[in-house]
Design a binder for this molecule. Structure first.
Ligand code: SAM
Length: 371
């Protein structure tokens, strides 16, 4: 694997040079302008396929690399309930996104299972049919909720788990949460049929590298797919440094030395994870190399924040306020016009131009925009 970390002038294209008021004006004008017919593609020819919806900016974990306690403490100004999109508002927007070509929706956060009665939203989205409807969770509440989520129409689930070593895991989630309860959640999800289950492990140098091989061994031959994720410079609070990234190539070498691997073809063009199979046929792993091998070229993901802002990049510094349109009485057609226009002028390719300077941009937090 080659290491691709391009140099670029500051600021990065992932951020919009327009100020929030200009963005609002753009959204209003776009809503009122009839859209050109046909599928929506951005300035780099990328279609709009995936929508990630953050249903809460709150989390019951304080993962040190995501929501460090000293920033996200008791006084942190989380969104007020009235600011969150309601389930009805989310479902309406989701339907309009589907009209623009979205075929996969992932619910995320924050911790999505903290949002009360989430099953009701899942049911509303599932009723739209033909959707790959998934959810990313830290697993803390999954044992309790797996069956009701499945019954509501959830297709699959991704569980974040950074180590099987209890001491390491408790230190990383920073709320002393035990590994065993997350494993119970994974078992419950499997029993409920939320398969194939993906297990996401973020690898941070000096923190959990020793957990890479045990994680691979534990989930080998279970049908669950572990995906090892490079530590990213999302948000502005995690103090990211390139030196903390364990490159995906190193992760693959480490696992291969213990359990031999062979490269596998992508399931579909633009798949985020690079796939590797165990040579003995006992399953597969994935590596997500968003730092060392940027995959912006194939990025088809839009993100809807908890309060209804549309972001066209995980590393963006500002979003487009769709809630203002929704609550201002815009019609479905006007909302569709706005979404299409926002996507059509998208140029983001942050990971291709990341530098130590861009890492310091005031990017939105992952807990707010959704992972
Ligand atoms: N609370 C849910 C969970 O834990 O899966 C959903 C939200 S969380 C922000 C989504 C994913 O983002 C998790 O797998 C988390 O580990 C990952 N994540 C958070 N910060 C990250 C970072 N700096 N680099 C890479 N992945 C990160």
């Amino acid at each position: 694997m080659s290491k691709v970390i391009a140099l670029a002038p500051f600021p990065a294209p992932g951020s919009s040079p327009l100020r929030a008021s200009a963005l609002d004006a753009f959204v209003r004008a776009a809503a009122a302008t009839p859209r050109a017919p046909g599928p929506v593609a951005d300035m780099r020819g990328r279609p709009l396929h995936d929508l990630r919806i953050s249903v809460t900016d709150r989390c019951n974990f304080r993962c040190v690399y995501c929501m460090p306690k000293d920033v996200f403490g008791r006084d942190y100004p989380f969104l007020a309930h009235a600011d969150l999109l309601s389930f009805e508002e989310i479902a309406r927007l989701a339907r309009i996104f589907v009209d623009q070509g979205v075929s996969k929706i992932r619910l995320t956060g924050g911790e999505p299972l903290l949002r009360k009665n989430l099953e009701r939203l899942v049911e509303m989205l599932a009723r739209m049919g033909q959707l790959d409807l998934t959810l990313t969770t830290n697993g803390a509440l999954l044992a309790k909720k797996a069956q009701s989520l499945r019954d509501a129409g959830l297709t699959r689930v991704t569980v974040s788990l950074d180590s099987l070593d209890d001491v390491t895991f408790r230190a990383m989630n920073d709320v002393d949460f035990p590994v065993a309860r997350v494993l119970e959640g994974i078992d419950a999800a499997a029993a409920a049929g939320l398969a194939p289950i993906k297990v996401n492990m973020v690898v941070k140098r000096g923190l959990n590298e020793a957990s890479i091989v045990p994680m691979a061994r534990h989930f080998r031959a279970t049908g669950h797919i572990v995906r090892f994720i490079e530590y990213m410079d999302v948000g502005a609070t995690n103090g990211w440094r390139m030196a903390d990234v364990v490159p995906a190539a190193e992760i693959v070498r480490t696992i291969d030395a213990a359990i031999p691997l062979i490269a596998a073809d992508p399931n579909y063009s633009g798949e985020v994870a690079e796939r590797w199979r165990y040579r003995d046929g006992a399953g597969e792993i994935g590596v997500i190399a968003s730092v060392t091998q940027a995959f912006c070229r194939d990025c088809t993901r839009a993100r809807l924040s908890t309060e209804g802002k549309l972001y066209t990049c995980l590393f963006a510094t500002s979003g487009y306020d769709l809630r203002a349109l929704v609550r201002g009485g815009s019609t479905d057609v006007e909302l569709g016009n706005a979404i299409a226009a926002i996507w059509r002028q998208r140029t983001d390719r942050y990971s291709e131009v990341r530098t130590s300077n861009t890492a310091r941009l005031q990017k939105v937090e992952m807990s707010y925009i959704g992972g």
